[in-house]
Design a protein around this ligand. Structure first.
Ligand SMILES: [Zn+2]
Length: 429
């Protein structure tokens, strides 16, 4: 099975790709000008910030970039396109031949190109509205090789890509838009305009099943364009046939060829790789770390600050607590104090968090949970009668707690929690 993707993401520039109109406006048709409305005689002017974002994505996805980049007009007639062409790229795209590294494989990136978004069409029952605020918003189109082999890989790829974009300053709250290419046998089926990760994975799941079903019945799979219906959770054949051959492409005479000078870029962040490094492999621990840092630069800062100096589990515990109480802006000195508390096996409650923030000394039990467990089990083993008495007399519980706490100089509250846990698991000595 082969799955390829064409992902469209909005570049977070303040102004549009070829004019000075703002990319953020609430009132429909309020952020428009002769350029993004395609008035005769208006000429596009390239937004350099969009090129810089595109180059940083290209580098982060290990793409090669040529010495120059240029634009073409993709000609088609549609109400969302006032000029009757979309300015996009063909030969000298921003990047080509890169990859995204997943846990078990690399997904090839065929090309990355810049283009302008068409206007937004809003269909009502018996009329259609058009909002030109979106006309000319800079988009990045990222095209993968058909290297994705399952829905899990599809989800992992999309999340890793979004995470890379998040750390480059993209707004990941905006839904991802993508076209899927899926071939179970020979025929390539395209599922157009799918919005959001969940829909993307659902659409892939349905389309794979549909093709597998046809294939197993030895029926022909038609190479066609389909659309995904979110209500029926099915893909449907759409009559439009869209392939590059059917568009008219011409060179864009209003824009020049732009020379690209090599520039030092910020180091990209690969959350997947960092999580695997921190967790020393794969599995649940890696997943926990990844969930915390994938779309959270502050959590990543906290992990990077503490890595190697405190046990990973302590770092996870503290970051989870800070998340829970919305307190990740804590200073590093307080964060370190919390890590010490967590390392000592003391649970971090809201009260402990407040004490640390106020600089009040937190009582830390100096013994580890494992030591407490060992001592409790030892006492129960040596005095098997204690368990029988415990069932009749709850005071025995306190006796064991007191004994262990005294011997280890441990926090009685923690010992009693550990003892309760051990008894609940049915430990019989
Ligand atoms: Zn404009």
């Amino acid at each position: 099975m082969k799955i390829g993707l064409e992902v469209h993401v909005a570049i977070p520039t303040k102004s549009k790709l070829f004019c000075a109109c703002s990319t953020s406006a609430d009132e429909p048709n309020s952020s428009i000008c002769p350029i993004c409305m395609g008035f005769p005689g208006s000429k596009p002017m390239l937004n350099k910030a969009a090129i810089e974002y595109a180059l940083s994505v290209s580098a982060a996805l290990h793409c090669k970039t040529g010495k120059a980049t240029s634009f073409v007009r993709k000609v088609y007639f549609y109400p969302d396109l006032p000029k009757s062409y979309q300015i996009t790229q063909l030969q000298d795209a921003i990047g080509f031949g890169g990859y995204v590294e997943l846990e078990k494989k690399k997904i090839g990136i065929r090309r990355i190109q810049l283009e302008e978004d068409p206007a937004k069409i809003i269909r009502e029952d018996n009329y259609t509205l058009i909002d030109f605020n979106r006309s000319g918003v800079p988009l990045l189109e990222i095209v993968t090789e058909p290297d994705i082999a399952s829905q899990d890989e599809l989800r992992e790829f999309v999340n890793e890509l979004r995470s890379i974009l998040y750390y480059l300053g993209f707004d990941i709250e905006r839904e991802i838009k993508a076209d899927l290419n899926i071939s179970v046998a020979d025929a390539r089926v395209e599922v157009k305009n799918v919005n959001g990760i969940r829909n993307l994975v659902d659409a892939a799941q349905h389309e794979i099943r549909r093709q597998e079903d046809l294939h197993s019945k030895k029926q022909k799979i038609v190479a066609e364009t389909r659309s995904y219906n979110e209500k029926t959770l099915r893909t449907e054949s759409s009559r439009e046939k869209e392939s590059d051959e059917e568009y008219g492409f011409i060179y864009e005479p209003d824009l020049t060829v732009y020379q690209i000078k090599p520039k030092k870029l910020a180091k990209p962040i690969y959350a997947g790789i960092i999580a695997r490094e921190l967790a020393g492999g794969t599995g649940q621990l890696k997943k926990t770390v990844l969930d915390l840092i994938q779309f959270d630069s502050r959590a990543l800062e906290l992990f990077e600050h503490a890595r190697g100096k405190w046990p990973l589990q302590s770092i996870i515990n503290v970051v989870e607590v800070l998340n829970k109480y919305g307190a990740k802006d804590i200073g590093m000195a307080h964060f370190e104090k919390l890590l010490d508390v967590a390392r000592a096996g003391t649970p971090i409650s809201k009260q402990v968090l407040e004490q640390v923030k106020k600089g009040v000394k937190v009582e830390i039990s100096e013994v580890s949970s494992a030591e407490v467990d060992r001592e409790i089990k030892e006492i129960i083993r040596k005095n098997s009668h204690l368990l029988k008495e415990y069932e009749k007399n709850p005071k025995v519980f306190n006796f064991i707690v007191g004994d262990v706490a005294k011997k280890l100089k441990a926090n009685p509250k923690e010992v009693s929690e550990r003892l309760r846990g051990i008894l609940e698991k049915g430990f019989k000595g």
